[in-house]
Write a protein that binds this ligand. Structure first.
Ligand code: MN
Length: 264
């Protein structure tokens, strides 16, 4: 099982969490929110082939950190994974210009690099995010993380070839489940969005994703094992799309046991 969107570096003790995912054979895509966090977060991969690091610049930090776009360019060659990037319509109106500017720059740079796997934030901004993706069809494979747009936004995202990462927090709500039921099964993977996402009052961990697989099985009306098999197929498919986009960071993401054999 692979957690495609986890803020490993934002746990109080990231080493402890990273050691446990490695021990349990859970793959994680460890997303960063600023380019300057890259070296420290990337170092959490050491000795832990289950962990992959994604280079991000969170839209809520676009104004404060746009000066780090140079760093983004510097580090991009070191990874197949980009995120967390995107747009946030709930953030202050005054940041919109910077958000769009940063996303345009990120997508342009990813296109020039041959494409990446992108974990994308689109809260209250599904339309402008999809428009940006449409302008940059060579930026790679977009995974819309915790998608919360309208049904027509969802249709458009599906037409654009987007993937979706869904987790226990999204699946806890009726709107999330309704969206999930319309997503193509073959383009879905799991995410925790830990340590922010919670179910009831408890923060989610990557090892809690089993419950999401069981919920998906219910929505798909298939046995839990069949849902796990579908998700593993999807993980492998995404892995090969990284190869397609010419990455040097593919290693065994999506291999079985998932992502945890260091063959690089
Ligand atoms: Mn996140």
């Amino acid at each position: 099982m692979i957690d495609f969107h986890c803020h490993l570096d934002l746990y109080p003790d990231p080493h402890k969490v990273a050691d446990r995912v490695q021990r349990e054979g859970i793959g994680i895509v460890s997303v960063t929110t600023t380019p300057s966090a890259w070296p420290g977060t990337k170092a959490l991969e050491n000795g832990r082939p289950c962990v992959r690091t994604a280079l991000g610049l969170h839209p809520e930090l676009a104004t404060a950190r746009r000066a780090e776009l140079d760093l983004f360019e510097t580090y991009l060659a070191d990874t197949a994974f980009v995120g967390e990037v995107g747009l946030d319509g709930a953030a202050a109106q005054s940041t919109r210009h910077d958000q769009l500017d940063v996303l345009e720059h990120v997508l342009t740079t990813c296109s020039q690099a041959g494409g990446k796997i992108l974990s994308i934030h689109s809260r209250r901004a599904a339309s402008p995010v999809l428009e940006a993706l449409q302008r940059h069809p060579d930026s790679g494979v977009p995974i819309l993380h915790w998608f919360s747009g309208s049904m027509s936004d969802l249709d458009q995202a599906i037409d654009l070839g987007c993937w979706f990462s869904v987790g226990p927090a999204m699946l806890a709500g009726a709107k999330g489940r309704a969206l999930v039921s319309k997503m193509p099964r073959a383009r879905m993977v799991l995410e925790s969005d830990a340590p922010f996402a919670r179910v009831k009052t408890d923060p989610i961990h990557p090892w809690d994703l089993e419950s999401a697989a069981v919920t998906l099985a219910g929505i798909w009306d298939i046995p839990a094992q069949a849902a796990r098999t579908q998700l593993e197929q999807n993980e492998r498919e995404l892995s090969s799309s990284v190869a397609d986009v010419g990455s040097t960071d593919r290693r065994d993401l999506g291999a079985h046991p998932p992502s945890c054999t260091d063959s690089s």
